[in-house]
Design a binder for this molecule. Structure first.
Ligand SMILES: *[C@@H]1O[C@H](CO)[C@@H](O)[C@H](O)[C@H]1NC(C)=O
Ligand SMILES: *[C@@H]1O[C@H](CO)[C@@H](O)[C@H](O)[C@H]1NC(C)=O
Ligand SMILES: *[C@@H]1O[C@H](CO)[C@@H](O)[C@H](O)[C@H]1NC(C)=O
Ligand SMILES: *[C@@H]1O[C@H](CO)[C@@H](O)[C@H](O)[C@H]1NC(C)=O
Ligand SMILES: [Zn+2]
Length: 475
């Protein structure tokens, strides 16, 4: 009997003493700005290839419209289409005062970013996790008074191309995970966007920059390993939009608004043009029809929409910040106001159905399948995926786990881990209860045997009748 009891004890203690819950999984979300889905096709990318072999690769992903940096990054952080999160442009503007602020200054305008939708950092922290961000658009802003607990934004006139700095930043982020035990970090690189704009997506310069990105991907995974993180860190690498070659004068008839008969900037009280292939106009009172009719159909590659006529699929209308007339150009074209003022060889901001606007997607880590290539999905779905891995309740969003859950190793997901935890707790409790019962039996039978011996009526304890055992147990 004592022998059985000690076996129980051994079993129970082994279960209770074992680490019932493996360490919570972490997520690192990385964006390489403007990394088009097919940039790995004309360049050797051994590290990206290795990552695909060790994890998941999507053929491409579809960004939200408008395909520009701040709006699409905020979709990655919130899972909401741009009309729903409110960060509708890279630039802050006020139509009353006609003030505008460029991308970098806009990073520091809280009211621009904090427009009713919480980024994942805040949601994670409210649910007891720790979040950080390095250079990711939206990092410098506060949301309902809260900020990511560890954060860093780039100084003005930052050199976004320096590979040494990329490595220093990588080690810094891995240090945050290890030393401050962060659960989630978003990490931003400003390339290959800059090079794609300047030299065009088909240039050898862009190819060289993709090699630099690839080396950095290798460095990121190596650094994760060196920081002892590979066992519980999931790395998602994607981008905000792609890049398209711009056709220049001589090759095509450029879109210049003042050349369009019947159009006058005098009919507008505010406009956002000269920022690539998209534009928004606020006509003066009573001038909307005139402006609209002048522009509609004026150039074969210029699309002109009243806000309420915008195609539903673009999800870019239902927001007070979006102006009454929206313009966009076909790939290859940009919208100039009076005359061309910017001479980029590459641009983005086009229709998100255009293949050249699609970013890449890779993921590796304990939550993900290995060597799996999946079909395309919208980037709104990355947010619920990350929330699921982190085990947090997502905010209302426009994505769905359905779109990405086939990438996940189910046993590695947090929900399953919680189930395991629950199971372990129950088994543990059962073991303790079992142990107590056995101790009770042993003690009781021991006492009875002693009594029996005392009374000199002892026989062999093994021959105690079964029903007597049961009876004693039920005492
Ligand atoms: C724009 O500026 C006007 C005048 O200063 C101000 O009343 C208004 O609140 C501002 N609007 C926004 C959206 O900042
Ligand atoms: C969003 O910003 C607009 C001004 O651009 C403001 O009128 C509106 O109240 C803001 N909404 C929230 C929820 O912050
Ligand atoms: C890149 O960054 C490193 C380390 O911060 C610095 O020493 C180096 O001068 C930088 N190189 C360029 C070209 O800016
Ligand atoms: C998710 O997938 C399940 C099973 O295929 C389906 O029943 C459900 O309607 C889907 N939900 C959404 C929002 O797509
Ligand atoms: Zn961008």
């Amino acid at each position: 009997m004592l022998w059985i009891a000690s076996l129980w004890l051994l079993w129970a203690s082994s279960i209770l003493g074992a680490p019932v819950n493996k360490q919570r999984q972490k997520v690192l979300l990385i964006s390489f700005d403007g990394f088009r889905w097919d940039y790995d096709r004309d360049v050797d990318t051994p590290n990206l290839d290795k990552m695909a072999k060790d994890g998941v690769k999507a053929l491409y992903v579809t960004p939200p419209y408008l395909t520009i940096t701040s709006p699409t990054h905020f979709t990655l952080l919130t899972g909401r289409y741009i009309e729903n999160h409110g960060v509708i442009h890279n630039m802050w503007f006020n139509t009353t005062t006609t003030e505008k602020m460029p991308y970098y200054q806009t990073l520091f305008i809280n009211e621009w970013w904090d427009n009713g939708t919480l980024p994942i950092w805040i949601t994670a922290q409210r649910q007891g996790l720790k979040a950080g961000s390095l250079h990711f658009p939206g990092t410098a802003s506060s949301y309902q008074g809260q900020v990511a607990m560890v954060r860093e934004w780039e100084p003005p006139l930052y050199n976004y191309k320096n590979e040494t700095t990329w490595r220093e930043n990588t080690d810094k982020v891995m240090g945050w995970f290890r030393d401050q035990d962060l659960d989630f970090i978003s990490f931003y690189f400003g390339e290959p966007d800059g090079t794609g704009h300047r030299y065009g997506p088909d240039s050898p310069e862009r190819q060289e920059m993709v090699k630099q990105v690839d080396r950095t991907v290798g460095y990121i995974r190596q650094s994760a390993e060196q920081h002892g993180l590979s066992g519980h860190l999931n790395i998602i690498i994607t981008a905000d939009h792609g890049m398209s070659t711009v056709y220049r004068n001589g090759l095509v008839e450029e879109i210049t608004l003042t050349k369009i008969p019947g159009f006058s900037f005098g009919d507008l009280s505010f406009h956002l043009v000269d920022y690539g292939p998209s534009g928004m106009l606020l006509p003066k009172p009573g001038m909307l029809e005139k402006v609209y009719n002048a522009l509609k159909g004026a150039h074969p590659h210029l699309h002109v929409f009243k806000k309420e006529e915008m195609p539903e699929r673009l999800h870019f209308a239902k927001n007070d910040r979006i102006l009454p007339i929206i313009l966009w150009a076909d790939p290859g074209y940009v919208i100039n106001g009076y005359f061309p003022v910017q001479f980029n060889k590459g641009e983005h901001g086009f229709d998100n159905e255009d293949m050249e606007m699609k970013p890449f997607f890779r993921a590796v880590g304990p939550a993900f399948h290995k060597n799996l290539e999946v079909g395309p999905f919208e980037t709104v779905n990355i947010y619920p995926l990350m929330c699921h891995i982190l085990g947090i309740q997502p905010e209302v969003n426009d994505g769905h786990l359905n779109a990405t859950k086939h990438m996940l190793v189910t046993s590695a997901t947090t929900r399953d881990k919680n189930m395991n935890l629950l199971q372990n707790v129950f088994t543990g409790l059962a073991a303790v209860a079992g142990f107590l019962v056995v101790v009770f039996i042993v003690m009781t039978s021991h006492k009875i045997l002693k009594n029996k011996r005392k009374n000199k009526r002892s026989e062999n304890s093994e021959h105690l009748p079964k029903n007597e055992k049961t009876k004693q147990t039920s005492l």
